[in-house]
Design a protein around this ligand. Structure first.
Ligand code: SF4
Length: 700
């Protein structure tokens, strides 16, 4: 008899529901869950191929110490001892955890609790820092909390969807499917794409604005100026529910329309057409993704967008609002438990003394981190210069994904003690570990994830744990106990989830957005049966809230939103020796460093090898013909890629996918070229605008 299990896709932040079916002979197949509110039965190419990625080829199945297979007891004892000794000798800030948006919320919760409440440092950060930290910072500056105001349904109800720095058709494909289906019913729905390069998504748009890299602040400041003098300006909403409009407008006014045109690379006519469309369309959703976030001015971009929605009162109502699309399956869940170095738990602020005391009392912990820890790029700098002496990396591959990746590789190689928890044995990062801990993969692990619209869904196990693989939360809890800490005797993910829910509702007083206290007493059976739900879900309150802020009531002390004056200019890092703006990003059928999608042959059939997109005119000038091998290089590194000549890429820019690594193609890690340059507010690295040179590989 076959068995079907409802679970959630482990790839992007759409968070699609999946039904996994295991036949009598053990064969696994997947289909979309028609009842899941994120996808209503749809799946994209990656989700459809999930069953082809769960074999044990290349799996890490036993703990290892220095390449030697060992027992769990020996690996955990040594991990606990080395962390304890390092802390005793050098203090709590000499150790760090680098975790992942692939972790389940329960994994994140235990890791955060151990580091912040028991070790006493906030040196826990996540690869989600590379994905949405600028959105978090923008939300907190405007709303007081990291709150996504809207829901996916808004994309179907909107009359205008503005996609900024988002190749939605490839990176959040099921959301794109939902929009295209809505357009079949309402063909008057308009889509505008704003991106330095044309994409499959822009082919579907009514208007595409080929903006200069990082021209977004100028573009949306120009829009704010336009809206302020138009009937779309919502005076009542602005005066009742916001503060700072005058300063934001004044900041925007520092650029005239010709200045905006020069800064964005768009004509005054293009700008006018976009501004009029935005002004005259009531139901507007502005979605933004990595083209906004992965920038040294990312937080300002986010606030420039939010400013326009506050000015028009188009927020939190059906079909309206700014909408941050998260890249990873559980970037949002990590934010909820404080899996970022500058946050605490349940959206509490680590710099708030009252919040720290509240969390410490709830955990009954011996200490609590008193200041923000090292954000991702800073963390690896601290590894490189010896401040971090013991590092635990979980479910992520920084040697492939972090900017200045060769330096990161050397830093990890030279770190005195490195633990890697992963499902794969031969990742570029695992090769550098002193201790390898085998983790449970998708289909084997059990817990929750939260998608971009704040919907918490279950990831359920439908396969047994292979050999000695164990879930990440268990690795952490066992080490915590061996370090002598109480509070880590969990029976399983239901137990952890209940504690997390209880903390979210603990002494809340209605001043936090994230509160799922109604789930604090959840039993293991109810956890097993739990249907997807959106937060908040407060104890004893049947609020029926699905959207935030239509009536104001932000999470600032006076409950008013903040306009944030933003003036940042483009951060152009091209030089005579590196004249091209290098943009990096995802392709349709691969996920991150390919440790899972690389297993499915049909996913590699789409784009089979690493490439660089370059405009044909630029290529001709450089003597590069289509499909030539070319060298892309700068002061950070050098890679060899296949030239893909395309007019999608404007002159002066190149695009390289982020996925390939040494396991699949030698010398193709684009991250070796990326500068470790970050947004000063969010700490998110600028992965889309590094200067680089291109030349035929034959000349190398
Ligand atoms: Fe998975 Fe995202 Fe595709 Fe949905 S859209 S199936 S969550 S990769």
């Amino acid at each position: 008899m076959s068995i079907e299990t409802k679970t959630t896709c482990p790839y992007c932040g759409v968070g699609c529901g999946v039904i996994a079916r295991v036949d009598e002979d053990g064969e696994v197949s997947v289909k979309g869950d028609p009842d899941h509110p994120a996808n209503f039965g749809r799946l994209c190419s990656k989700g459809s191929a999930l069953a082809e990625t769960i074999d044990l080829d290349g799996r890490l199945l036993y703990p290892e110490i220095d390449g030697r297979t060992t027992s769990w007891d020996e690996a955990l004892d040594l991990t606990a001892r080395r962390f304890s000794e390092t802390i005793a000798e050098y203090g709590p800030d000499s150790v760090a955890f680098y975790v992942s948006g692939q972790c389940l919320t329960e994994d994140y919760y235990v890791a955060n609790k151990l580091m912040k409440g028991f070790i006493g440092s906030a040196n826990i950060d996540t690869n989600s820092r590379l994905c949405m930290a600028s959105s978090v910072a923008g939300h907190r500056r405007a709303f007081g909390t990291d709150t996504v105001p809207g829901v996916y349904e808004d994309l179907e109800l909107a009359e205008l969807i503005v996609l900024v720095g988002s190749n939605l058709a490839w990176c959040h494909p099921v959301l794109n499917q939902r929009i295209q289906a809505a357009r079949q019913v309402r063909p008057d729905m308009k889509i505008v794409t704003i991106d330095p390069r044309r994409s499959v998504t822009s082919d579907l748009a009514d208007m595409h604005l080929t903006i200069k890299s990082d021209g977004d602040v100028a573009l949306f400041n120009g829009l704010l100026t336009h809206l302020a003098g138009s009937p779309a300006f919502d005076h009542d909403y602005v005066s009742a529910h916001t503060i700072g409009f005058r300063d934001a407008r004044q900041a925007a006014l520092t650029r005239s329309m010709p200045d905006v045109a020069a800064e964005t690379g768009l004509s005054v006519a293009e700008l006018g057409a976009f501004y009029r469309l935005f002004e005259t369309t009531e139901k507007v959703v502005t979605c933004y993704s990595q083209g906004v976030n992965q920038s040294s001015v990312g937080s300002d971009k986010v606030n420039a967008i939010i400013n326009c929605h506050l000015a028009t009162g188009r927020i939190g109502r059906p079909g309206m609002g700014p909408f941050s699309l998260t890249g990873q399956p559980n970037a949002m869940g990590g934010r909820e438990v404080g899996g970022l170095a500058n946050m605490l738990a349940a959206h509490m602020d680590i710099e708030d003394e009252v919040a720290r005391d509240r969390v410490q009392r709830f955990w009954n912990s011996p200490t609590i981190a008193a200041k923000p820890g090292l954000k991702a790029v800073e963390m690896f700098e601290a590894v490189a210069d010896g401040r971090i002496k013991a590092l635990w990396i979980m479910a992520t591959n920084p040697v492939v994904s972090m900017p200045d990746a060769d330096r990161v590789r050397e830093a990890i190689r030279n770190c005195p003690f490195v633990v890697v928890s992963d499902i794969q044995r031969n990742t570029d990062t695992a090769a550098l570990a002193h201790i390898l801990l085998p983790a449970a993969g998708w289909g084997e692990k059990d817990g929750t994830v939260t998608n971009s619209e704040r919907r918490i869904s279950r990831q359920r196990n439908f396969l047994g744990l292979p050999r000695q693989a164990r879930p990440d939360w268990w690795h952490m809890a066992e080490v915590a106990k061996r370090m002598g800490f109480n509070g880590f005797d969990y029976d399983g993910p239901a137990d952890i989830f209940a504690e997390h829910a209880a903390l979210s509702g603990f002494e809340n007083g209605g001043m936090r957005d994230f509160d799922i206290g109604a789930k604090a007493d959840i039993s293991p059976d109810s956890f097993e049966a739990m249907s997807p739900f959106q937060w908040p879900h407060r104890k004893g309150v049947d609020e029926g809230v699905t959207r935030f802020f239509a009536q104001g009531k932000f999470y600032t002390p006076d409950r008013k939103a903040r306009f944030v004056p933003v003036t940042s200019a483009r951060d152009d890092r091209t030089t005579r020796d590196a004249p091209f703006t290098l943009n990096s990003g995802r392709i349709r059928d691969q996920w991150h460093t390919m440790t899972r999608t690389g297993k499915a042959a049909r996913l590699s059939a789409h784009l089979a090898e690493p490439f660089v997109e370059i405009n044909p005119v630029d290529a001709m000038k450089l003597g590069i013909d289509k499909a030539n091998l070319v060298r892309v290089e700068n002061c950070y590194g050098s890679v060899v890629l296949r030239a893909l000549l395309t007019e999608r890429q404007p002159r002066g820019g190149i695009f390289v996918p982020m996925h390939w690594n040494d396991a699949y193609s030698a010398n193709a890690r684009v991250a070796t070229l990326l500068a470790p340059r970050t947004d000063p507010i969010s700490g998110q690295p600028a992965l889309k605008s590094t200067g680089a040179q291109v030349r035929p590989a034959e000349m190398a």
